[in-house]
Design a protein around this ligand. Structure first.
Ligand code: GLC
Length: 751
């Protein structure tokens, strides 16, 4: 009897392993799965393959896919072929330029009406978009700071708020599916997409990602102001060896599990329903055909019930770039068998044609397609589009409201990180003559970077005219008569450095706004982490005037500033602060806001010494390689904070117990301020080389001058565990160290 049961269980496991289908017809989603199954019972193979196809909006429009359009006109022949005949299940992103909420409603409404009127089963299309810092492809929407700023704020409530604003303004535009947040742990500072991430740390990414997803999805992603979040890019995308976008990742599985997987694990626990796959290869296997990670780990082990979508054109890339498939048909087969549910094949329907053929020839089992479609329809139900295709029952009065703008401003202010403030030169008095200079000084685009109205974010035509550049914000703050602007340089070229220098001589203070030109993905690749020469030269020449220089940086990556850092009196890191960034920067410079951001990544001093904060000790050995310009978690305030001693409720804990750590933090300065309190754990000895320290908790507190608050953190056994080389999470008894601020305490973990 027992034996039979075991054999049966074994067979079930094997079958489940092959298709890894979502089987639950019980539980809270029972009713949804019943509806899904009843639709599926009516569907043909062709209709199922169509559901698995995700088109670009441009594929439905007149003109070539990549072309500039000043009007979007549907091409009836394309619509009939792709939406009606092939029954594409989802459509995504832009025609070329950002649409107003009304225009989005019109265009998505057109698509939904075609599906409603001309297809047999009338399954609504799931519209997806990259709303990565606000609903950035809706004209006039609130452009919040990018994720790197949210991370620098060390305040998870701001991640939640950013998620809420984004979801609200997406839904105002009738868009229910967001290709965000980015949960890549960014392990290479050369990477151009760091600003789209929460930085280099696993725990920050995990906690910020969780909050942002909760903000986007709430308890019910079908709600009028919530959306389906799609975390990306699974897995390894931000840990490439070369620093170039979409390049290979080499990492043993236990480090993948230790460093890269936790944000996704936590997001799935928070109800995540969609995941986008990494365009890179991992240990020689392109992620799009990685059955182990997509099916075994993600769907089986982590129990992910949602959809797995490819990144842009990545099935084709298996042929063209990765070269693991000789033709597209083979690539479709490999990726669908690996666990892909939706193919982002923006241009045409060749994916579904191949898939139909593969199922008919028996090369892809029908059960795999059924599993994918079941997931897709489940997510479509969860998104609410079956009930209300356009979310028309609500008005969206808060779209682009003052309330949202001020939350975005708050997030920007709380993220900006003061890295140097010699002799407390900042905040500046408001009666000084100021020269604003630098490529980022009078640019909205440099404040917003990529994914801002357009993909690259470079086009100035769609900027919101009422928003303030740094220059405009400073003029508004201290009066135009006190402010002069000379740009000095472009991103890499000199323009009028001498003129800037001449004007510097007349000014009391120079505000040099350097930064990175807007870009994302492959166009954001760079050859050199140093700030471009022209910008370095500008700062050197300005400093040579003897006038004090405030260096303001609007950049995603930590561009190396070793040569100019000693020449300037203050360094203000603004990252990519969004549409309110100009005001936020001015507020920090002139003391309307007290800086409280801290670095969410290590800021290197040399491009040849790229070492994360959580490195193994051998990196320190002998040649002092770990000597960053600024450490992870570094950031100054206009007030001062003093940390008391760390109090632990025990100096030895048993494996089942928790340990409480508390510390008093006092504001010892003259201004009210916020302090991000970061708790790191060091495992003194372990069977896998332990890292110097790892962030395990953080919180942000507000303190009036003279005020003291006690911060208490509770650590659990899982915080002391690590992934061993056999890929299992383990703990090992021994000594641990806790550090908070400049204080340390130790304890012993017993079996
Ligand atoms: C891209 C990006 C991905 C984005 C997708 C859709 O190539 O890598 O992050 O979500 O296209 O625009």
């Amino acid at each position: 009897m027992k034996k039979t049961a075991l054999i049966l269980a074994g067979i079930c496991l094997i079958i489940a392993g092959m298709s890894c289908s979502v089987k639950e017809n019980t539980g809270p989603d029972k009713a949804i799965y019943e509806k899904v199954d009843s639709i599926m019972s009516l569907m043909t193979l062709e209709e199922k393959a169509g559901q698995m196809l995700n088109l670009g909006l441009a594929a439905l429009l007149e003109g070539p896919f990549f072309t500039f359009r000043d009007t979007l006109i549907f091409d009836t022949a394309k619509v009939n072929s792709l939406l009606v005949k092939h029954g594409a299940g989802s459509v995504q992103n832009l025609g070329t330029y950002p649409l107003t909420p009304e225009e989005w409603r019109y265009y998505i409404g057109y698509i939904q009406n075609v599906v409603k009127g001309q297809t047999r089963l009338k399954i609504p299309v799931l519209y997806g978009i990259d709303a990565v810092h606000g609903a950035n492809y809706t004209a006039g929407s609130v452009l919040t700071p990018h994720q790197i700023n949210i991370a620098a704020s060390f305040d998870t409530s701001l991640a939640r708020i950013a998620g809420e604003i984004t979801a609200y303004e997406m839904k105002a535009s009738a868009i229910p599916w967001n290709y965000s947040p980015n949960l890549d742990v960014a392990r290479n500072p050369l990477w151009g997409r760091i600003y789209e991430t929460f930085g280099e740390d696993t725990y920050v990414t995990t906690m910020m990602g969780k909050s942002m997803i909760e903000g986007m999805m709430g308890n019910d992603p079908a709600a009028y102001d919530k959306v389906i979040a799609s975390a990306k890019h699974f897995i390894g995308y931000g840990a490439m060896v070369t620093g170039k976008d979409r390049s290979f990742v080499m990492m043993p599985e236990h480090y993948i599990r230790q460093i890269l997987l936790p944000p996704f694990e936590e997001a799935i626990k928070s109800g995540l329903l969609s995941i986008m796959v990494s365009s890179s290869s991992l240990n020689g296997t392109p992620s799009h055909i990685d059955h182990y990670f997509l099916t075994k780990v993600l769907k089986e082990e982590l129990g992910f019930k949602g959809v797995v979508i490819t990144d842009w054109g990545d099935i084709d890339n298996l042929v063209n770039n990765h070269r693991v498939a000789k033709n597209e048909r083979e690539a479709v087969k490999m990726s669908v068998l690996a666990g892909i549910d939706i193919c982002m094949e923006p241009y045409d329907a060749s994916f579904s044609e191949h898939l139909i053929d593969l199922v008919k020839s028996g090369e892809v089992p029908q059960s795999r397609v059924d599993d994918a479609v079941r997931r897709i329809l489940y997510v479509k139900y969860k998104s609410g589009i079956f009930d209300d295709m356009l979310f028309e029952k609500h008005s969206y009065d808060k779209f682009a409201s003052k309330e949202f703008d001020s939350l975005s401003l708050q997030a920007a202010r709380e993220s900006i990180t003061l890295l140097k403030n010699a002799n407390n030169i900042l905040p500046l008095a408001k009666n000084k003559k100021v020269l604003v200079t630098g490529v980022a000084g009078n640019s909205i685009n440099y404040l917003n970077n990529g994914w801002s109205r357009t993909w690259a974010g470079e086009d100035t035509a769609y900027n919101d005219k009422q928003k303030h550049t740094i220059l405009q914000a400073i003029k508004a703050e201290i009066g135009s008569q006190n402010v002069k602007f000379v740009q000095g340089t472009g991103y890499t070229n000199e323009i009028n450095i001498d003129e800037a220098v001449n004007n510097a001589r007349q000014a009391d203070i120079i505000i040099a706004c350097v930064g990175e030109k807007p870009a994302t993905e492959v166009p954001s690749n760079i050859e050199d982490l140093e700030l471009p020469d022209a910008q370095i030269k500008l700062v050197e020449k300005l400093a040579a005037t003897g006038k004090p220089v405030i260096l303001v940086m609007t950049q995603g990556r930590p561009r190396i500033i070793r040569k100019i850092e000693p020449l300037v009196q203050a360094v203000v890191m603004a990252y990519v602060p969004g549409n309110e960034g100009g005001i936020a920067i001015s507020d920090i410079i002139f003391g309307n806001a007290n800086p409280s951001g801290k670095l969410p990544y290590t800021y290197p001093r040399y491009s040849g010494s790229i070492i994360m904060y959580d490195h193994q000790r051998e990196n320190d050995f002998g040649f002092m390689a770990y000597r960053p310009q600024y450490e992870f978690g570094y950031g100054l305030s206009y007030t001062t904070f003093e940390y008391g001693d760390i109090k632990l409720d025990s100096d030895s804990v048993k494996s089942g117990n928790t340990i409480n750590c508390s510390i008093d933090v006092k504001n010892t300065g003259k201004l009210a301020g916020k302090e991000a309190v970061l708790l790191f754990v060091t495992d003194e000895y372990a069977s896998v080389c332990p890292v110097v320290k790892q962030l395990k908790r953080f919180t942000k507190i507000y303190l009036e001058p003279g005020e003291t608050k006690t911060v208490t953190f509770k650590l659990e056994l899982k915080d002391l565990m690590f992934v061993s080389s056999n890929n299992k999470r383990v703990y090992e008894p021994g000594s641990f160290k806790i550090s908070i601020g400049n204080k340390e305490a130790g304890f012993y973990l017993y079996e």
